[in-house]
Structures are given as C-alpha cells and as structure tokens.
Design a protein around this ligand. Sequence first.
Ligand code: GDP
Length: 516
Amino acid sequence: MPLYAILLPCFSLVSTMKPQTDNSKERPPVVVVMGHIDHGKSTLLDYIRKTNIVAEEAGGITQRLSAYEVEHTTKDGAKKRITFLDTPGHEAFQSMRSRGAQVADIAILVVSAEDGVKAQTIEALKTIRESSIPYLVAINKIDKPSADVERAKRELVAHEIYLEGQGGTIPWVPISAKTGVGVDELLDVALLAAELEELRGNPEIQAEGVVIEATIDTKKGVSATLIIKNGTLKSGDFVIAGNAFAPVRIMENFLGKNIKQASFSSPVRVIGFSSAPAVGSSFKTVATKKEAEAQVALALREKASVEQIIEEVENQITLPVIIKADALGAVDAIEHELMKLPQERVRIRIVQRGVGSISEGDAKLASGSSNSIILGFNVGIDARAKEVAERNGITIAMFDIIYKIHDWFAQVIAERAPKFKGEEVLGSAKIMKVFSAAKGVMLLGGKVEKGKLSEGDQVRLVRRELEVGRGHIVSLQQGKSSVRKVEEGNEFGAQVKTNSEPAPGDTIESFIVVEK
Ligand code: GDP
C-alpha cells in the first residue's frame, strides 16, 4: 500500500477534530425566568431589559424576539453578557424541553415574598430539576409592606429548596422587580452560577443551537428565532432544523437590526425558512444549499413512513396524528389536549406538527396508515391534500375551538379502540366422579361450588389452577331428571364433550366470551 493511502485518512481526522478544543471561549449564559403567575417574572424581565441593554443598541428600537441580550457590569467591574429567554411561564419552556433541546443554561425561580411558594413554583422547580440546570431563587416584591422574606425562605426550605444560609447551596437574592433593588446582585449571582458551569463555545465552527420561536407572515414568509449555543452563524450559511431549512440571507438581532453574523449565545431571527421548524428543535448549519437539501431529504426519509414509526402493541392501536394550526401556540395547546385523553387501547402519536394549511405532504405522510388523523385548527386545506386524503381514507377534521378537539377525539377513541375478547366465569364445580362414555364425551358427577352450570355452556377443566382442557356441556341431570341448569350447592351429573381427560378433584368452569 502506498504511504499516502495510510497518511491521508489520519490527516483528515486530525484536521476535523482540531477546532473543537483549541479555540473555545467563555460563552454567555442563556437564562430562563420561571415561577408562579403574578410573582413578577415579566416585571423582572422588563426591568432587566430596560436597565441593561446597551444604550446605543436600544436607540428607539423595540425588542422583536422572544429573547434578549444584556450587558451587565459585575461588582468587580467586568462587563459580561447574558441572554434572557423572554418567555415567562414554564409551559413554553417545558414544550421546548419536551423536544430534548437544552436551551437555557441557568434558571431564575421567582418567588413572591408576599405569597411564598405556590403551585406553579413547585411545577417550575420540577421542570428545572428535570432539565438538570442550576438555578437561583429571586425572592421578589420585597418593597411591599406585607412582604415576609423569612416566611418565603422557610416555605422554600420546606419544599426542599435548600437555600444558602439555610443549610443548603441554592443561591438566593431578595429583590424588587419594580424598584430594581437587588436586581444587580441577582445578575451577579446568575453570572457566578454560569462561571461554575464553565460554559464554553467555539466561534470558529458552524453554528448550532435551538429554535425558540417560529412565525409565518404572509408577506415575509416563515421566520424562526434561534438561540446560538455554539459556533458562528454567517450570511451565506444554511440553517437546518428538522426538515425545515433556510439560507442565511436576512438575519436580524433581537432588536430587529440586520446583521451579517452572530455567535453564541445570541438570539437571532432568520427569515426565509422552507417550512416552520418545530419550537424546541435543535438546528445546525451547513455551508451549501446542496448539503442542506441532502440533510433535509434524509430527515424527511426518516419520518416518511408512518408505518415505521408505529410499533404495534397487543390490544392497542396507534393513531398517527398530524396537527396543523395557525400558530405554534395553538399546536402546543392541541397537543396538550390530546395528551390528556386516555391512551390505554389507543395510542396517539404526533407524527407531524406545524403552522400553515394542510398540505399535500401532510396528506401523503398520513397515507402511511389508514388510522391517521389530520387535525386542522384555523387553517385551510390544499386541494391536492384533500384529494390524497380522500383517496387513502384518511380522516381530516377542522376546528376553530380547541376544547372541541378533545371531545371529538374522545369519540374517535371510543369508536376505534380495539375490542378485545375476555372470558367471564359463570360457575364452577368440583368433579367427584368421571366415566368415559362415547369417544370424546365424558360423564361427570360433581357439585357446583359457585354460580351455576347450564346446558350448552362452554367449559374449561382446571387442575391445580392450570387449564388442562376445554369443551361444552351437552346435558345436565339432577337426581334422575334432566335439567337445564344446576345452581350453587347442588350435586349433578353431566355429559361433557371434550377431548381431554378430566379426573376427580379437577374443577370444571363454565364461561362466556365477552367483548370489552
Ligand atoms: P408574572 O405573571 O410572574 O409575569 O407577574 P408580573 O410581572 O406580571 O407581576 C404581577 C404584578 O405584580 C404586577 O402588577 C406587577 O406590577 C407586580 N409586581 C411585580 N414585581 C413587583 C415588585 O417587586 N414589587 C411590587 N410592588 N409589585 C411587583
């Protein structure tokens, strides 16, 4: 073998690995604010935005994206950037999390000093813990006369939020989001928590990150807000998220200013996606359109066949569901409604979700299974989509009120749930004597211990709790007379047609088959 044939693969391996490690830099944290409603999340986000956005940047432009960047001067005089997700409420964050992408690095749990720990405080905490990110607590509204910081602290500790100074390590800062007291310190502490995480990124690699928002505009087309978690995004690149992609031609920062490049942890809006990418999906970047198209084709192929997605479970059918709505918030809400439905015998699998009218592509995807259902909410349906769905017997249902979807779907589940057959025991008797009669017919003597036996009943023979045979009762006798049935406590003689060989001591059970 010539030497270069050995050297070449080694060389290319080294050259692709190198930039990852050598050029990494400290990365600003992405922070999410969570907590109970009315505890002051939006007020805090507003205060931070107003006081920390670099003045010349802000210059009259209003924030356009659901995330913003600030520069904070720490008490040591260092200037540090922080990105805030401006999506208060844990539901949005949870829906991002449900797609597996880790968008936030640090969480701030806001708790009102007036109200203390409430239901959504605990829910938020659960979400934070599940995503394994560090968090700090902001005890808010300390300017209010009825604020009681000590009580809030006790309640937090009672809910296993072990605060610093209370035997734990969770940092906490008393603040007033309204007057701004304590907010600087809160940002200092958040940056300290970030430092401990050693967040790093490499500006020289192609950008990757998370989609946090997608919108459809009739004039501008589909745009998405991205948070860059690593690398640099540049004009001329192609962004891919799932099966949606966009050339990076029109890119804006969070203030709506056109920019040519952005790096971690900046939020940017990229306009011109081929379709709406899923909120919470991760994105990556490639250099050419050809590469982008190839990757999208691969992503499409992976989900092309609904049959492949469905694993059959006994006594359970899967309903592949495609959700199309006018806004991603509605898609999330519909998905949430569907997940509330019972799924013992029918499993709902969302195979596609998105914003916009029901397209031919949706109908084709659904055609993989005749069980598929396409749900449209405040959207239209393309003529070709209708045709394809009709041809393949796919159900399309259109709605304009979300709660109606729940009721309609519950009905569908009731209709489509597989009925399975079960056996219900009607009576059981102990066998005391056995005589063989004609071939395959046994004469038994016994006593009914539970329920009753009737002529014609199907029976099974049970020995030491194991079924040893089956058959049916041809005729019954009590004393010397023929009877139709024998009730509990009575002795009887029976002719039973069976191929097995019952023995004294066995149990004979009569049963019927029921559909449930
Ligand atoms: P969210 O639902 O958690 O986003 O709560 P908001 O930020 O909307 O706040 C709910 C109410 O509490 C609003 O009327 C705010 O003005 C008020 N509020 C929030 N933070 C403070 C605070 O620190 N002090 C006082 N006095 N009021 C506050």
